[in-house]
Design a protein around this ligand. Structure first.
Ligand code: NAD
Length: 732
């Protein structure tokens, strides 16, 4: 069975249906694209066929391109992967262009066959690009369906003609939200954005598309850019309005991407250059820029981490082979900031929740948090009143532990205190079924220690959420020494139910994410003490793709939390603890500058809490040195200090899979997404250069930059992390 099939009706309409049999969503492969061409040729050459409708056999239209295809083409192209990728892209252009021209006479634009796209539901990437090549787009009226070109979010851009077609349809400025921000739209919004032409009831979709095909005339099917005298909407680059657009867009892209995401810049270049030439040449320009982006190591690293590996982890790449452990009823202990968020995420996914706190009022307040989020969703038209009632109906706030009866999973989120946690563990275990799993959301306490309070340590596990729970996509699952497979599977199935991305790590101080992010913060603060200009520290971080500079991040998470962690770490580590950065934060805490929450921190804030510039007073206490380090040096300190921690986590077997290390870093603390994560970044640098840099940094700044043995060994052997530890290497 091929992915595309065609049925020619007695009415003269050939319906091409896309239905990839063993997938829940249609994704396009190279082979299937070749079938499309054969079918188009057949329909265009058959006199009995008056027009074509392209649709899907599923409720959704398309998930996009099978991104593994691009990796395969690169591999198969031997010495000249760029040529292979360019040829592949141009072949795609040729097929879609054939569909778009539909047999028209090149001079008169007459005699073509109308082609409509009947979009059954969600439609992404190449699916949308196929639709854009058609002459008219009908979409089923399903408010949950989305259509878009989200390529930019994984580090590439729409290279199947979508960039050229859409920018020529609406103009560069109007196309920006869809192309440059990767925004997906529901049918109504997609219609206003001209991504589609008509929204129709799902059961009339095919009939409406056919009706149009049978009535459309020559003038209805010629694309504007194939007509004489066509002008780019909003102005081409040398038009006064176009000039303003492109100058503004250039500045905006550099501002937003800080120059580290090649795809956004390449996209704009393609639109700019493409607007100056006829459409077929513009497609070549698009293909050149697309190839250039695909050849950039950042794009393959982003695709690997943010698409291929993220999906693999969500689908349970590291799940032990035990029966389905889907959660039916979860008990959440502690209805504070985290507990309330966990209750919301669970109830929203259809799970019954018992939300427990010391006082009924506190438990109710935890439930009210869900109500607040749902109300916001209603205001933004993302949630219905019905959904709100359902979700809230699933949450039972109480102080009574007996209500935990029948819970198959407990997530404990009470105070960060061993004694309090031990007490609630015993109380819950007295009520829950013998095979239930008990999870703790602790961020700092060892799971193996906490498991001592449990009568069933093999059923005890860490499920570490990040704050705010409703926004943060990563969940760290931590195995204690005795944690068994069923507990791991339960945690993974739970995370899947609530549609987040899991990583599974072994128990060690600060697990994985916090272990890497704390040194980043400390390095920034250390530099303040050394006299590095705070603006240089913050900008260096942002210019290398970190979402927040270390000082702003400290303000956001609060300086007193930093003090608390420093004290606790010192107590636990004793002599080995490095207290260099303590002086700065202890002093800030004494000054009452606790960060955003006190409207005063490394930054100044106005009365409304709006962040102003860096706080002047800092330099009075820690003067800025006359001589400043160069930008790359500061950036290397800030990045290496994180990635070396990740490598140590791998060496110590805290991390068991580098894919988790990369995906977890991007989703957990925003580690420079353009790099694909810490291990991908080191692979981009190359082990040899990374080793040289670590040696130099160690000499200049100390042992925290010591080159890990594994990295030195890889440098000697000419290896990369993915070559040595990636899934293929593991499987071999
Ligand atoms: P919080 O202080 O906001 O909430 C704790 C809640 O537990 C309070 O409502 C308190 O009344 C309740 N509680 C205390 N003792 C209890 C008991 N015996 N029985 C029932 N309820 C009890 O704290 P939080 O920020 O939500 O953190 C909770 C846990 O999550 C901690 O272990 C923390 O380390 C962890 N965590 C926090 C964050 C974060 O960013 N805040 C992130 C990840 C993990």
């Amino acid at each position: 069975m091929t992915d595309f099939t065609m049925e020619k009706g007695a009415d003269g309409v050939a319906v091409i249906t896309w239905d990839v049999k063993d997938k829940s969503m249609n994704v396009l492969t190279r082979e299937a694209f070749a079938t499309v061409e054969t079918l188009i040729d057949d329909a265009l050459g058959d006199e009995a066929v008056k027009g074509i409708v392209i649709t899907s056999g599923k409720e959704t239209f398309a998930g996009g391109m099978d991104l593994n295809t691009l990796a395969k083409i690169r591999e198969e192209s031997g010495d000249d992967p760029a040529q292979g990728l360019f040829d592949f892209t141009m072949n795609g252009h040729r097929i879609l262009r054939r569909l778009e021209r539909a047999g028209m006479d090149p001079k008169t634009n007459k005699g073509g066959k109308p082609v409509a796209c009947a979009i059954t539901g969600t439609c992404m990437g190449i699916g949308t690009e196929i639709a854009l090549a058609c002459h008219r787009r009908f979409m089923a009226d399903n408010p949950k369906a989305k259509i878009g070109l989200p390529e930019i979010l994984v580090g590439i851009f729409p290279g199947g003609g979508g960039t050229m077609r859409y920018s020529r349809m609406v103009g560069a400025m109007a196309a920006a939200p869809v192309l440059l921000e990767g925004r997906s739209l529901n049918p109504a919004k997609a219609k206003s954005a001209q991504l589609i032409d008509e929204v129709v009831p799902a059961d009339e979709l095919l009939a409406k598309a056919k009706e149009w095909v049978l009535t459309a005339g020559d003038a209805d099917i010629v694309k504007p850019w194939d007509q004489k005298g066509w002008k780019m909407p909003g102005g081409a680059p040398y038009h006064p309005a176009g000039f303003m657009t492109f100058v503004g867009a250039s500045a905006m892209i550099n501002g937003r991407t800080k120059g580290v995401y090649p795809a956004a810049k390449a996209l704009l270049s393609a639109v700019y250059e493409g607007a100056l030439v006829p459409f077929d040449t513009a497609l070549q320009i698009e293909a050149r820029w697309f190839t250039s982006v695909l050849m950039n190591p950042s794009s393959s690293a982003m695709i690997r981490s943010l698409f291929i590996n993220k999906e693999a982890l969500e689908k349970g790449a590291n799940r032990p082979a035990v029966d389905d452990q889907k959660v039916k009823k979860v008990g959440v202990l502690g209805a504070g900031m985290m507990g309330a968020g966990i209750a919301y995420a669970s109830a929203n996914a259809g799970i019954e929740v018992v939300l427990i706190d010391n006082a009924q009022e506190a438990a109710e307040k935890g439930k009210a948090y869900s109500e607040g989020l749902l109300d916001k969703g209603i205001q933004r038209k993302r949630v219905t009143e019905e959904k709100k009632t359902q979700v809230l109906g699933r949450i039972t706030p109480t102080t009574d532990y007996a209500a935990l009866e029948g819970c198959d999973l407990i997530v404990e989120a009470v105070f960060e205190d061993v004694g309090v946690k031990a007490e609630v563990t015993a109380k819950a275990e007295a009520v829950i079924p013998a095979d239930a799993i008990f999870a703790t959301n602790t961020s700092t306490l060892p799971i193996t220690e906490l498991a001592k309070a449990s009568a069933r340590p093999e059923q005890f596990i860490g499920i570490h959420f990040f704050s705010p729970v409703d926004k943060m996509m990563l969940v760290e699952i931590i195995k204690g020494k005795q944690t068994g497979d069923v507990a791991v599977a339960k945690a993974l199935d739970f995370v899947r139910q609530i549609r987040k991305t899991p990583i599974v790590v072994n128990d060690a101080r600060f697990f994985y994410a916090n272990r890497c992010i704390i040194p980043y913060i400390n390095e920034g603060i250390r530099m303040v003490k050394e006299g590095v200009a705070p603006a240089l520290i913050e900008n260096a971080a942002k210019l290398v793709g970190m979402p927040l500079g270390p000082l702003q991040l400290t303000d956001e998470t609060s300086i007193d939390l930093g003090v608390k962690i420093a004290k606790a770490t010192k107590a636990a580590m004793g002599e080995a603890y490095d207290d260099t950065s303590d002086e700065v934060i202890f002093w800030m805490a004494d000054e009452g500058r606790l960060g955003r929450k006190s409207n005063a921190g490394f930054y100044a804030y106005d009365e409304k809490g709006k962040r102003q510039g860096l706080w002047d007073g800092l330099s009075e206490k820690f003067p800025v040195a006359e001589e400043q380090p160069d930008l790359t040096e500061v950036q290397h300190r800030l990045l290496f200090v994180q990635v070396l921690e990740a490598v140590r986590a791998l060496e110590e077997d805290v991390l068991m899979d580098i894919r988790e290390g990369d995906v977890g870093a991007i989703l957990g603390w925003g580690f420079a997404p353009w790099s694909g994560g810490p291990f991908s970044w080191l692979d981009i640098l190359g082990a040899e250069y990374a080793t040289e840099r670590c040696d130099a940094l160690t000499e200049a700044y100390g042992d925290r930059f010591t080159t890990p043995d594994v990295l030195r060994d890889m440098a000697k052997k000419g290896q990369s992390f993915y070559g040595r530890f990636g899934p293929e290497a593991k499987a071999a």
